[in-house]
Design a protein around this ligand. Sequence first.
Ligand code: GAR
Length: 212
Amino acid sequence: MKNIVILISGRGSNMQAIVEAGIPGAHIAAVMSNRPDAAGLAWAAERGIHTVVLDHKGFASREAFDAALAERIDACNADLVVLAGFMRILTPAFTRHYEGRMLNVHPSLLPAFTGLDTHQRALDAGCLLAGCTVHFVTAELDHGPIVAQGAVAILPGDSAQTLAERTLAIEHRLYPAAVRDFVAGKLEIRAGRVLRQHASPQQAGTLLAPQP
Ligand code: GAR
């Protein structure tokens, strides 16, 4: 059994998708949040999942917060840390500690549009495709070996919100699949990239969204 700790800052819909996927061999050891008001915390607690609140406002520095968070995560014997809308910039010491065992989902086709406002920036740039990326976390924000990507076509009349909604539906399929692959030991990193062991595009982690 692999222990998984999921970190959230808000709604936690990706966390819900991962929990509801019922991944064989995965135990959701805890859901943790840096925000006491994160809606996803109540959802997890109602399902009997151990929840932890660690308010970043109570810490003098980013380093002190990350050290305290790592202590909580390690107390769960975490095999995998899953960032699911965890809106914190992480210190190099933290990312190093979880190297090769921490995943993130980002709402763009990385390496394009790291950071915030990804959908609006894709619209402003006149992109024809938007999407999301599941990747291993490294010290550099929204970089790291890519595990899976899903694309959605940008349609006439799209707003950042409609694009975010269609992309989120893809995240909910992509992220549980990536966690399942990690738990099954299928994700191997070599020279900064995830090895593609499978022939079919679906298994290699590429997902094209069905269009409306
Ligand atoms: C998701 O769209 C995720 O890709 C994004 O926040 C949302 C969280 O939604 N993450 C980032 O922007 C991280 N850079 P959720 O709380 O409902 O899972």
